[in-house]
Design a protein around this ligand. Structure first.
Ligand SMILES: [Zn+2]
Length: 424
């Protein structure tokens, strides 16, 4: 007879009833594997203490903080499996925040190529999400097959990846751990990235002054939407130094993502970011020279002289620059295209740098505030297609505020609590 030690144990330490902080344990015998080690997003939610769990390996689904944010608290020897691009994007964000490079023991996996960790065979499936280099995972222990969806959607620029999974689904899935961020939510007027691109284009066509776009530089689909809208309307997309570096990383894996060598892309070189690049020459190589002396550089004088030719992409923290560029007359409104989660502007989130100031800009009479955003997560309709195709024996909700609603939409739902054990 098998002993408990040879059974696979599934414990979701965090994420059964909140969005963010995801941490899934799979253990068998002595081996403890974690899928994602995220920082919580919900106020008051306490991060998982990895010292209590003592994982022997960690697998990270994608470079969003609510999935990898606890990486620094991990023993440096523990192997951390992730996509190489994910690691590069995480390191870039850290450098620009003046944080030390990570000291973890990184191992890179490739899409659809199985690898071994803690006695499990893990196959990464590239998925469509608002982060680049995002994966779902098939985890096999020799007897059972578990599929973890990670964060995913079907309405971005890589929707083909979703179609692939549902049109030729994996068979014999015992457990599907599936995200449900969009339960009780919808995408409003923007069902897809293409709808966002069209809205940005509509604004650019009529702009009489510089337009601003508030979006994450790591949301590559959104950068592509902004770029296409600019190209179709004869405008230049201006990114900051950090945004330019993100695009340099993408250049290594895709020829289809715009970068600073494309004529319709410009870089605004802000002093503090340029210092970061110069101080870390070993990491950035000739990038400092490319942005400072290259044709891509867009100066303040150029922005002022031909303001209506540019779309300036920035973040909440760019509020000061936006405010300084507002006109003093009542005729020319400054278009401010807000292209990320609207909740950041709620008073509850004014602790985030720039959130309060951006909310003030929204209400400024000199600003034309436009909301254009679609979620990084699958709608209920797409979640349903996904779950029906994989037809798991058990479907466990994760990354959701509405786990109790899963039963309304999906079959074979098993609702777990954080920390509850399920023996497969
Ligand atoms: Zn995510």
């Amino acid at each position: 007879m098998r002993t408990q030690a040879h059974k696979t144990r599934l414990v979701i330490h965090k994420g059964t009833s909140e969005i963010g902080g995801t941490c899934i344990e799979l253990s068998r015998g002595e081996g403890t594997l974690l899928l994602d080690i995220g920082l919580p997003l919900a106020e008051g939610s306490v991060p998982v203490d990895l010292k209590n769990i003592k994982p022997q390996a960690v697998v990270v689904s994608h470079p969003h903080q609510d999935h990898y944010g606890l990486i620094e608290t991990l023993d440096h020897g523990v192997p951390v499996f992730m996509g190489e691009l994910s690691r590069n994007l995480i390191e870039a964000a850290r450098l620009f925040r003046h944080e030390e490079p990570l000291k973890n023991n990184f191992k890179y996996f490739k899409a659809w190529v199985p690898f071994q960790a803690c006695g499990f065979t893990i196959t990464p499936y590239l998925v469509d999400h608002s982060a680049a280099d995002a994966y779902a995972f098939l985890v096999e222990d020799g007897e059972h097959r578990l599929f973890y969806s990670g964060d995913f959607r079907a309405h971005g620029r890589k929707s083909i990846l979703f179609e692939k999974i549902v049109s030729d689904p994996l068979k014999d899935i015992d457990v599907l751990v599936m995200e449900g961020s969009m339960l009780n939510r919808d995408n409003g007027s923007f069902p897809s990235e293409v709808a966002v691109e069209q809205e940005i284009g509509r604004i650019l066509k009529r702009q009489k002054t510089l337009s601003f776009l508030i979006a994450s530089a790591q949301n590559i689909d959104r950068v592509v939407s902004a770029f296409k809208a600019c190209r179709d309307n004869g405008k230049t997309l201006v990114v900051d130094v950090y945004g330019a570096w993100v695009l340099e990383q993408l250049k290594l894996v895709s020829e289809n993502v715009p970068n600073i060598s494309w004529p319709e892309v410009g870089v605004y070189v802000q002093c503090s970011q340029y210092e970061t690049v110069k101080e870390n020459r070993a990491f950035f190589g000739k990038f400092a020279r490319d942005i400072f002396h290259g044709d891509c550089r867009v100066t303040l004088e150029m922005l002022e002289a031909e303001a209506e030719m540019f779309l300036f992409m920035t973040r909440l923290s760019g509020w000061r620059f936006i405010r300084s560029g507002l006109g003093t007359d009542d005729i020319h409104f400054t278009p401010l295209i807000y292209s990320q989660w609207l909740g950041y502007l709620d008073e509850d989130n004014w602790g985030i740098y720039g959130a309060r100031e951006m909310a003030e800009l929204r209400d400024d009479t000199r600003v034309q505030f436009i909301y254009a955003h679609t979620s990084g997560h699958a709608t209920v309709v797409d979640l349903h297609k996904f779950a029906s195709a994989l037809a798991p024996r058990m479907l466990v909700p994760i990354h959701t505020e509405f786990r109790d609603e899963f039963e309304k939409y999906f079959d074979n739902v098993l609702v777990l609590d954080d920390g509850q054990e399920l023996i497969l």
